[in-house]
Design a protein around this ligand. Sequence first.
Ligand code: NI
Length: 274
Amino acid sequence: MDPEIARELTARRPKIVFDVAVAHDLDSQFAERGFVALERISPDEEIAWLREVYDLLFAERCGAFRGGYFDLSRPYESEGPDRLPQILMPEIALPALRETCFWRNGRAVAARLLGVDAALLRGWGHMINKPAGIGEALPWHQDEAYWDPAFDYRALGSWMTLDDATPESGCLRFIPGSQRGDIREHVHIGDDPSVHGIETRDVDEASAVLMPVAAGGALFHHCRMLHSSLPNRSASPRRAYANEWQLEPVPREVPYPRPWVAEGKQAWDAREPG
Ligand code: NI
C-alpha cells in the first residue's frame, strides 16, 4: 500500500471504544458446539472504515508480501475475474488494523474461549472476498488442515462480515461437535495443488447448521471445526475479515501425515515472482 494512503487511512481510523457483549454461557456453547456467534464485535463507524480499507486492498490486489493476494478457488495466476480472492496478513500492509475493535475484542473473546491468557495469543489476519454474483463456494474443510503438520495447535478463528452474510450471499455452515474429531483427509480443490483452497469429501451435511450474520457480527470457531461457505448469488459483495488466534504451536516428535500441505507448498513456491 502506498505509504501516504496508509498514513491517511491510519489517521482516519475511528477511535472508538466498543466492548463486546458476551453471553454468560458463551464458553459452554463453544465447548459443546465448537463455534459461537456474536451479534456485534465492531461498531458501525469502524465497519465503514474497514470497508474502505478492504475495497482499496482488493482493488490494488495488495498482498502484504509477495504472493499474499490470490484466488482461493482457482489455480494461482488464473486469468479473468477472481471468484474467491484472499489477502493474507493485511495487518502487515496496514498495522492500524491491529488497533481495531475487531482485533482487540477478537483477542479477548478468543482468550476466554480457549481458556488462556490473552497476552499469550498471537493473531494474524486474512480477508476473503466473495464478489457479487460470481463469488465461489468454499468447500468443507478444517482450518488446522492448512497448517504445518509438524506442530500441535491451540487455536480458533474469529470471522467478521462487513456485509450481511446470508444463505444467498455466501454465509458459513458448521457441523456442530466436529471440532472433537481428528483432522480429516484433505485434498486441494479439484485435486490441483496449484489451487490454494483445500477440501475434505464425504461430509454428512445432514447435521450442518447455516449461520447467517449481519454486518459487524462475528463467528468464532475452533481450528478443527468442519465448515464451508455457500456461493454468492446475490447482487452485493460478501466481504469477510478473519483473524486466527493461537498459542505458540508446540513441535511434534512425529509430524501428522498431511501430504496436501507439502503439495501445496511446492505449488506456492513455484509461483511466478510478482
Ligand atoms: Ni476456514
